[in-house]
Ligand binder design. Structure first.
Ligand code: SF4
Length: 346
């Protein structure tokens, strides 16, 4: 079976080519053709000789994502993309516009096994992990349909990146490389619900990728109720791992907090949050829940959201309120589910 060359970081490609005595500049050339020029046909790689192109094509494939549908517009600030993978599975990615930022939110798995109660993807169950090429390929494919340069990438779409750690990290490396998509490491954020061993591993990686933790409750009982994974990795283990990350990397972490009416936005929840995060270099991102047709939770009112934010400040001054761009097209946080798009929308 051919190796899909799109799954390899540049250093892996250099190593792979080394097995066949191909010099490293060939790897750089091909990496650039694929990731900067978006070329997927060997015949179009015109600075490589025909015999070598034939040899490469015999041994390697160049994976591709098929764009099946696109909903929303740049004017609306969010565009949801439905892609089909080689095996026919479907994933979604979202392009978001916010100020000068142009962010792509990528999926890392088809479906998800973790069953967070507020998340639409959870209803799909887990199908399979994406490869590094499929993850980074979402950004490449979206960039081709946009005139504006993509400035940020967040791994917050379908799936848990830290349960598909190696592929997610390699995708981040491909996106970051200056011969790849050339997106700054500090503009690439991997978000986890709190998979403790991989938070520790991530802290040891040499790159300056950012970490976001989907916290959503500051007490163990509520967290377990809305996020079953909290039983496996309780707050008493999660928080020390996050602190360790901030110490090793010397930078702050973002805590995402999806606000659910009457569940986690009461005064006592704010007090618990202040106590839990005191002294941790962090930013808190409040995300009012985006209800979807079958959701069991309600969104907090605007008054609830503003009041909760005021309770947190000034004890936790770095509190931002994420505008839920794209909620109208079900592209908001926690709303991705491949079943929500169909080809008629193309
Ligand atoms: S919130 Fe993330 S980890 Fe939880 S079920 Fe949804 S996709 Fe999975």
């Amino acid at each position: 079976m051919k190796i899909d060359i799109k799954n390899l970081t540049l250093s892996q490609l250099v190593e792979e080519f080394g097995k066949f005595d191909l010099p490293s500049f060939r790897a750089r050339q091909i990496f650039k053709w694929i990731w900067q020029k978006g070329i997927k046909d060997w015949e179009l790689m015109t600075d490589i000789s025909k015999p070598l192109r034939t040899r490469l094509a015999e041994r390697y494939s160049i994976g591709d994502l098929k764009l099946k549908a696109r909903v929303g517009s740049a004017k609306e600030g969010a565009v949801k993309h439905l892609f089909e993978l080689a095996g026919g599975e479907r994933i979604e990615s979202v392009w978001l516009k916010d100020g000068t930022r142009r962010t792509v939110c990528v999926s890392t798995q088809v479906g998800c096994s973790l069953g967070c109660e507020f998340c639409r993807t959870a209803g799909m169950g887990f199908v399979r992990d994406l490869t590094a090429g499929e993850i980074a390929g979402q950004v490449l494919a979206i960039s081709k349909g946009q005139t504006e340069r993509i400035t940020n990438v967040v791994f917050m779409g379908m799936g848990e990146p830290f349960l598909n750690y190696e592929a997610s990290l390699n995708a981040a490396r491909i996106l970051n490389h200056d011969l790849g998509l050339n997106i700054g490491a500090r503009k690439i954020t991997l978000s986890t619900v709190g998979i403790v061993p991989q938070i520790r591993e991530f802290a040891q990686e040499p790159e300056q990728f950012k970490l976001a933790v989907s916290l959503n409750a500051a007490d163990q009982e509520t967290r377990e109720r809305i996020m079953p994974i909290a039983k496996r990795y309780p707050l008493k283990e999660l928080i020390p791992a996050v602190v360790e990350f901030t110490e090793i990397k010397g930078k702050r972490v973002t805590f995402e907090y999806v606000m659910l009416k009457n569940i986690n936005e009461r005064r006592k929840d704010a007090d618990n949050l202040i106590m839990l995060l005191a002294g941790i270099p962090c930013k808190i991102n409040l995300i009012p829940f985006n209800p979807y047709p079958e959701s069991k939770f309600q969104a907090p009112s605007e008054v609830d959201v503003v009041r909760f934010r005021e309770w947190l400040m000034p004890d936790l001054p770095a509190v931002t309120l994420r505008k839920s761009l794209g909620a109208a097209i079900l592209a908001g946080c926690g709303q991705l589910a491949a079943s929500s798009l169909n080809e008629k929308e193309k």
